[in-house]
Design a protein around this ligand. Structure first.
Ligand code: HEC
Length: 647
C-alpha cells in the first residue's frame, strides 16, 4: 500500500474527539487530560456489590518480583494491554478472548530477557490506518491494531529507536519508555525513563510523526547553551548531565494545542555538587506547544533536588467551576504529598506558594538551594517529618526497632538534605503520591488521590570520582564504577535492598552474560550503555570477583563526589513502615476551596489483620478511578514490595 508522507495534509485523525472522552477509555488514564474519571453511572453505590467476575486473562509472565502497572485501554470493544515481558496483547473486552499477542522478544533481537515496567500502549488512527504504539525499552513499535503485526511502514521496518535524535551519541544513551506516549494530531509525543547516576542520559521530550516515524521536535529538559534555563546550572567541564525526565507520561490540552509534562530530578539524584544551581527543567511542570515543542511556561516544584522527589505522574488538566465562573487549571501531585494547583494559561499558582527556607547540606561540595516552594493549600497528603512521637507503635518490638533506627540516624522536616550519617526523609522517595496520579470528578471539583506515608533513609557515601580512572588498576576501576553507578540499588556491600534490588554476591552468570545484562537491563534494572569496552570489562570482572567494595578515597583523587548507599525504606522488624499508621490514605481534595474534604486509611496488611490490627492503611501503588455512579474503584493494593510481615 502506498502511504503518503505528507502527514500534515492527511486530515487530523478523525479520532481526536471520538477517542478523547470519559466513556470509552481509549487513552492511558482515561483521557488526554489524565482525568482518570468515568462518566458512566450505571454501576453505583446501590449495585456495586453485585459485580461479579466475568472473565479472567493470564498473561503468563508473572514472577515473584513482577508487577503489572499497565492501565488497559479499550477501543471499539477491544482491550489493549502491555505486560511484564513487554508484550502487547489485544483481547475481546466482552469475552476476554485473546485476539493477538505481540511478543517483543521476537523483535528486540539482542535483548533476550525483556522484562520490566510498562504502563500501557497508545492507540492512534487516521483515515486509513489504526495503530497501537507499543513501547519496548528504547523502541517504539507500530502495530496494526487489528492483527498485532508490525506495520513496516513506520520508522525502520516498523519501529523507531529512541536513542537517536537525542542530541548525543546514540550508543551511549540509556533510555526506555515506561509510560505510553500521547497523540496530538499526527504527532506521537514521548517522554522517557533514564538512569539516575553519574553520566546519565537527559530526559528530553520529543515528537515523532505518527504516520512515518520521522523525528519532528525536541525540547531539552536540560537546556543547551543559549537556551532559556541554561544559566540555572553551573556547568563543570567534562561532566555529563542527565535525568530531568518525565517518566510518568504526558497530558494534552487539545484546544490550546499544548502538551504537559512533569519532570523528575536531575541526575545524580542525591548529590548535586556537580550540578549547582536551580537546575531547570528538573522537577518542573512544563507546558509546551505540541506542534513545535516550544516552551509556554514552567513551574518548578523542587529546586536543585537532593531527594529523588521526581514529579511522578503527568499533570492533570482540570476545569474548576464555581457559580458562573470557570477556571482551567493544572494539578501536580507530588512525592512530597504537596499538591500544586496552577493556572493552565500561565503556570501561576492559584493558591499562594511560599518559598520556605530549608536547612543547608552538611556534605562537602553541596550547595543546597536555600528555599523550596510550599503551597498554602491544599494541605499535604502525607506527614512531612518523622519525630519520635510518629514512630510505629503497632507492636512493642516494632516500636523498639523503629526507635533504634531513629536514634542512629538524623531526622528533620521535609527538605532536610541527605547526609553521611543518614537522614530519615519523610515522605521518602516513594512518596507521598506516586505515578498513579488522581481521579478528577468535573461535577464536584474534587480530585481523589491515594497517597502513602513511608520514610526512607537517605545515607550518602563518598566515592571515587571516575573522571580520574587512568590512575586506577582494573580491579579498582570495576569497584569504582560499581560505587558510582550500581551501589544505590545493589548496596555498598553488594547485599542489595531486597526484595526489590537483589544482592550481587555469587551471581550465577558468566562475564559475557553480565556484560549483556548491564547493556540491556533486566526487569526494572535499566540498561546502562555509557561504558566503554574497558570499563564494562572491569565492571563485569569486579562482579565475578565477589569482592566487597572498599574505600578508594585517599588515592590519587582529591575531588569530592557522593552517592546514595541504597534505596532503603525505614521499616520495623516485621517489614512494615517504621512510622505509626496510617501507612496509606485515600483523600478527597476540593480543588476550589483547597481543602481536604475527607481522608480515610487505605489498605491493610493481612498478617496484621489476622492479629486484630486493622485499618492501618498500606503502601499503595496503582491509581483510583471515580465514576459518575458515585463510586471510586481501586486496584488491589500492592504491599508485597515492602516485605510481607516476617514474624
Ligand atoms: C535502578 C536500580 C539498579 C541499578 C542502578 C542497577 N541495577 Fe542491577 N539490578 C536491579 C534489579 C531490580 C535487578 C533484578 C532484575 C530482575 O531479575 O528482574 C538487577 C539485577 C542485576 C544483576 C543480575 C543478578 C543475578 O543474580 O542474576 C546484575 C549482575 C546486576 N544487576 C548488575 C548491575 C550493575 C553492574 C549495575 C551498575 C552498572 C547495576 N546492576 C545497576 C536494579 C539496578
Amino acid at each position: 500500500m502506498h502511504l503518503s508522507c505528507h502527514s500534515e495534509q492527511e486530515s487530523q485523525s478523525p479520532s481526536a474527539d471520538r477517542l478523547d472522552n470519559n466513556t470509552e477509555w481509549a487513552i492511558y488514564r482515561g483521557d488526554k487530560k489524565a482525568s482518570q474519571y468515568a462518566e458512566l453511572g450505571q454501576i453505583n453505590g446501590a449495585n456495586v456489590h453485585r459485580l461479579k467476575p466475568v472473565w479472567e486473562y493470564h498473561t503468563g509472565d508473572a514472577t515473584q518480583t513482577s508487577s503489572m502497572q499497565c492501565n488497559p485501554i479499550v477501543v471499539d470493544g477491544v482491550m489493549y494491554i502491555s505486560t511484564f515481558s513487554l508484550n502487547a496483547i489485544a483481547l475481546d473486552a466482552v469475552t476476554g478472548k485473546e485476539l493477538w499477542v505481540f511478543k517483543s522478544a521476537t523483535y528486540n533481537e539482542n535483548q533476550a530477557d525483556l522484562k520490566g515496567r510498562n504502563r500501557g500502549v497508545t492507540y492512534w488512527e487516521s483515515d486509513v490506518k489504526k495503530r497501537i504504539f507499543h513501547f519496548v525499552r528504547n523502541r517504539v513499535y507500530a502495530l496494526h491494531a487489528k492483527t498485532g503485526e508490525l506495520d513496516q511502514e513506520f520508522g525502520t521496518r516498523g519501529y523507531i529507536d529512541l536513542r537517536e535524535h537525542l542530541d548525543m551519541d546514540p550508543s551511549k544513551a540509556s533510555i526506555e519508555v515506561t509510560s505510553p506516549g500521547i497523540v496530538y494530531k499526527n504527532l506521537l509525543i514521548v517522554s522517557s525513563r533514564v538512569t539516575e547516576g553519574y553520566r546519565s542520559t537527559p530526559g528530553h521530550i520529543r515528537a515523532f510523526d505518527a504516520v512515518t516515524g520521522e523525528f519532528k521536535w525536541i525540547f531539552h529538559t536540560i537546556p543547551k547553551e543559549g537556551e532559556f534555563g541554561y544559566d540555572t546550572w553551573e556547568w563543570m567541564p567534562g561532566t555529563v548531565y542527565g535525568g530531568a525526565n518525565a517518566w510518568g507520561g504526558l497530558s494534552l490540552d487539545e484546544e490550546r494545542g499544548w502538551v504537559f509534562c512533569a519532570t523528575g530530578s536531575p541526575a545524580p539524584d542525591f548529590y548535586g555538587g556537580y550540578r549547582k544551581g536551580m537546575n531547570l527543567f528538573g522537577n518542573c511542570v512544563l507546558a509546551l506547544d505540541a506542534t513545535t515543542g516550544e516552551r509556554k511556561w514552567h513551574f518548578q516544584t523542587v529546586h536543585h533536588d537532593l531527594w529523588d522527589y521526581d514529579n511522578p505522574s503527568a499533570p492533570i488538566l482540570v476545569t474548576l467551576r464555581s457559580g458562573s465562573k470557570s477556571q482551567d487549571a493544572v494539578v501536580q501531585l507530588t512525592k512530597m504529598g504537596l499538591t500544586f494547583v496552577l493556572d493552565r494559561d500561565t503556570g501561576n499558582p492559584l493558591f499562594p506558594v511560599e518559598e520556605m527556607a530549608v536547612p543547608k547540606s552538611t556534605v562537602k561540595g553541596e550547595e543546597t538551594w536555600p528555599t523550596q516552594p510550599i503551597p498554602a493549600k491544599p494541605p499535604p497528603l502525607s506527614r512531612l517529618q518523622t519525630t519520635e512521637a510518629d514512630l510505629t507503635n503497632v507492636f512493642p518490638e516494632s516500636h523498639a526497632d523503629a526507635m533504634r533506627q531513629f536514634r542512629k540516624y538524623q531526622s528533620g522536616y521535609l527538605y532536610t538534605p541527605p547526609s553521611e550519617q543518614g537522614q530519615i526523609t519523610t515522605p521518602g522517595h516513594l512518596g507521598g503520591v506516586e505515578w498513579h496520579g488522581g481521579s478528577f470528578d468535573p461535577t464536584t471539583n474534587i480530585i481523589y488521590v491515594n497517597s502513602h506515608d513511608g520514610p526512607t533513609i537517605n545515607k550518602l557515601k563518598r566515592i571515587y570520582q571516575l573522571e580520574h580512572e587512568d590512575d586506577l588498576t582494573t580491579a579498582q576501576l570495576g569497584m569504582s564504577i560499581y560505587q558510582n553507578e550500581c551501589m544505590s540499588c545493589h548496596g555498598p556491600d553488594r547485599k542489595g535492598v531486597p526484595p526489590v534490588y537483589p544482592g550481587l554476591m555469587d551471581v550465577k552468570k558468566t562475564k559475557g552474560e553480565i556484560t549483556t545484562l548491564i547493556r540491556d537491563g533486566k526487569g526494572i534494572m535499566p540498561s546502562v550503555s555509557q561504558f566503554n569496552a574497558g570499563e564494562l570489562d572491569a565492571l563485569a570482572e569486579f562482579i565475578i570477583s565477589n569482592e566487597v567494595p572498599t574505600d578508594l578515597i585517599g588515592q590519587a583523587d582529591s575531588s569530592i563526589q557522593y552517592t546514595l548507599t541504597g534505596y532503603s525504606i525505614m521499616k520495623d522488624a516485621y517489614g512494615a513502615p517504621a512510622i505509626a499508621p496510617p501507612w496509606g490514605t485515600l483523600n478527597a481534595i476540593d480543588l476550589v476551596k483547597g481543602d481536604i474534604r475527607w481522608k480515610v486509611p487505605l489498605g491493610e496488611y493481612p498478617e496484621l489483620v489476622a492479629r486484630g490490627i486493622k485499618n492501618t492503611g498500606s503502601m499503595n501503588f496503582g491509581g483510583c478511578v471515580a465514576t459518575a455512579g458515585g463510586i471510586i474503584l481501586l486496584p488491589q493494593l500492592m504491599t508485597r514490595n515492602f516485605g510481607h510481615l516476617k514474624k
